[in-house]
Design a binder for this molecule. Structure first.
Ligand code: LMR
Length: 340
């Protein structure tokens, strides 16, 4: 009898202990952040995503687990934004040229050709108080920007040399989004086509499109130089990412977790902004030495002709964005319209 009683008490004790342990385990389930992006793990964004993951897990002492999904392995351009709004992913870093479909057109303005003369200007701009107003527009769509990552200036690639504006005539040009990019292509006489980044290599290979513009680190890591014959260093536009989360998700995080994540955001942003320029410069060198593509750097005179050709897009876009807003952007970017 005593034996039975002892066995029963021991069994109950075990069960209680097991329950307590499983409860503790349950209480310690990490918060999972799915970070989806469209570029290679070796591109600046791919590397910064992993840096963010490591820092976030470290600064939250394991309360957060970050899963990084590179190369559109989870979602393509447009779907990833929808997934973020629905809460299926928690972090993205899309190009700000892709916010149009959310119903926030203002971000397109940053695609005005030759708007930003250098990295310093571009970074100054995304840090300016004016961005706070634009961020609110995104927040109203449940998309909360927590940082901006500046990935430098665009170059063009095609299967023919693009030296003069006339060279674009009739070219089927992939654009990433944005009404301004559409207007730029049309002004050059090209035929713009919005296409997801994940579809671009094949589209270039099969001739669905003839050309595209991008940063050199993407051209290198996606191997576009293998399927294009000419590259023009024009630096006519920029690639800026917004590191965005779902506003409801971010707002629901415990204060200590938020503190750790904010620190990880800050440090991965510094990392990104440090690595992007060098990666793009290195990529251009590697592209050149691959011998697979002819590289041409626009001369000052050639660039002047491009600027003159593209200034009507600035004028046209004043009616889309309002002159006051465009003037504000000029002031923030330091852009001075050339005298015609
Ligand atoms: C593109 O679509 O060309 C880029 O925005 C891809 C990226 O995220 O760098």
């Amino acid at each position: 009898m005593r034996k039975l009683l002892f066995a029963t008490v021991a069994a109950i004790g075990c069960a209680v202990l097991q329950f307590a342990l499983s409860g503790a385990a349950f209480a310690q389930q990490p918060i999972v952040i799915k970070f989806s992006h469209v570029v290679s793990p070796d591109a600046p964004k791919g590397k910064a995503a992993v840096v963010f993951k490591d820092l976030a897990e470290k600064y939250t002492s394991g309360k957060v687990k970050v899963e990084v999904y590179p190369n559109s392995s989870l979602y393509k351009d447009k779907e990833e934004l929808e997934a973020l709004q629905l809460g299926s992913v928690q972090l993205l870093a899309p190009s700000i040229s892709k916010f149009g479909p959310l119903g926030v057109k203002e971000f397109d303005v940053f695609d005005l050709p030759f708007l930003m003369s250098d990295d310093a200007r571009a970074r100054q701009m995304t840090a300016s108080p004016m961005m706070a107003e634009l961020n609110k527009k995104l927040e109203a769509k449940s998309v909360l920007p927590v940082a901006y990552w500046d990935n430098g200036a665009h170059v063009y690639t095609a299967n023919k040399p693009l030296i003069r504006p006339e060279d674009f005539r009739g070219l089927k040009l992939r654009i990433s989004g944005s009404r301004v990019l559409d207007a730029v292509a049309r002004q050059l006489g090209a035929i713009p086509q919005i296409m997801a980044f994940s579809e671009l290599y094949q589209a270039l290979q099969t001739g669905v499109v003839d050309g595209q513009d991008n940063v050199t680190s993407n051209i290198w890591t996606q191997k576009y130089y293998e399927v294009q014959k000419h590259l023009t260093v024009s630096y006519h536009g920029r690639l800026t990412y917004a590191l965005v989360t779902n506003s409801k998700f971010w707002g629901s995080l415990p204060a200590d977790v938020r503190g750790g994540l904010d620190r990880a955001v800050k440090e991965s942003t510094d990392y990104f902004n440090g690595v992007a320029a060098t990666d793009n410069a290195d990529a251009l060198e590697k592209i050149k030495t691959s011998g697979k593509i002819q590289v041409h750097v626009l001369t000052d005179a050639e660039k002047k002709a491009w600027v003159a050709k593209l200034m009507p897009v600035h004028k046209e876009m004043q009616s889309r964005f309002g002159k006051d807003f465009v003037d504000k952007i000029y002031k923030a970017s330091g852009f001075i319209a050339p005298q015609s």
